[in-house]
Design a binder for this molecule. Structure first.
Ligand SMILES: [Zn+2]
Length: 232
């Protein structure tokens, strides 16, 4: 019988494995990229103010940029693990810094930023939700937002065009409505919940701004937004 390492080598020949951050062969995520992703989160200067601090694991360059693209466009579902660990590390630090309005780090609930349903289907599921689940576990992820049909891909749009494209384009899901009712019922266990919006890339903050507006109109107060990679 073939040994497991032998089998792995055989699989590597059929499906070459490379680091999702720097393309070094033989590993899905190398130690150097992991170290780079473990940097302290950085506060982004808002071009469009979503009303809460927007933190990035780092700038949209190097391994972060390549990993986000690989997870989003190339179906590298396996990168949800390392990216989720990096988000978890950032949440621990933000909590230590007093940035999350949460008495305990375990009371953070992540709301994935909405993605266009068609895009998510093509990509084989929403990578941001997968990363959120890896970061805090499925029970602390609330897919509260969805994008209506008719919202176009924002690639190539200016900040104003992005805003117009999203106008009225984000709404609460059934899960979001349930979450809102629970928060508004002021049950004791939800008093300390701190809601953090998670997105992969932030360019103009248009999605974050509109998402946070929709959540807060429903009584879901957001403490901060966290993105994997920030532009600007
Ligand atoms: Zn690497």
């Amino acid at each position: 019988m073939r040994s497991l390492p032998g089998l792995r080598t055989l699989l590597d020949l059929i499906l070459p494995v490379e680091c999702g951050g720097c393309a070094v062969p033989g590993t899905r995520w190398c130690a150097r990229c992991a170290a780079e992703l473990a940097d302290d989160p950085v506060l982004l200067c808002p071009r469009m103010d979503p009303g809460v601090p927007v933190w990035a694991l780092g700038h949209y360059s190097g391994p972060r940029r390549r990993a986000v693209i690989a997870a989003k466009e190339r179906g590298r579902r396996d990168l949800a693990g390392p990216l989720g660990s990096a988000v978890a590390g950032a949440l621990v630090r933000l909590h230590h810094w007093g940035e999350l309005d949460a008495s305990e780090q375990s009371s953070v609930v992540l709301v994935p930023a909405p993605t266009r349903a068609r895009t998510a289907r093509i990509r084989g599921g929403d990578p941001v939700t997968r990363i959120a689940v890896e970061a805090v576990g499925p029970r602390r992820v609330c897919p509260a937002l969805t994008m209506r049909r008719g919202v176009h891909d924002s690639v190539g749009l200016s900040a104003d065009q992005r805003r117009a494209n999203l106008d009225g384009g984000i709404r609460l899901t059934g899960r979001g409505e349930h979450f809102s009712r629970c928060l508004l019922s002021e049950s004791a266990e939800l008093q300390s919940v701190s809601v953090v919006l998670l997105d992969d890339v932030s360019t103009t903050r248009a999605t974050a701004t509109e998402s946070i507006r929709v959540l807060s109109e429903s009584g879901i107060r957001v403490s901060a937004a966290v993105v994997i990679a920030g532009v600007g």
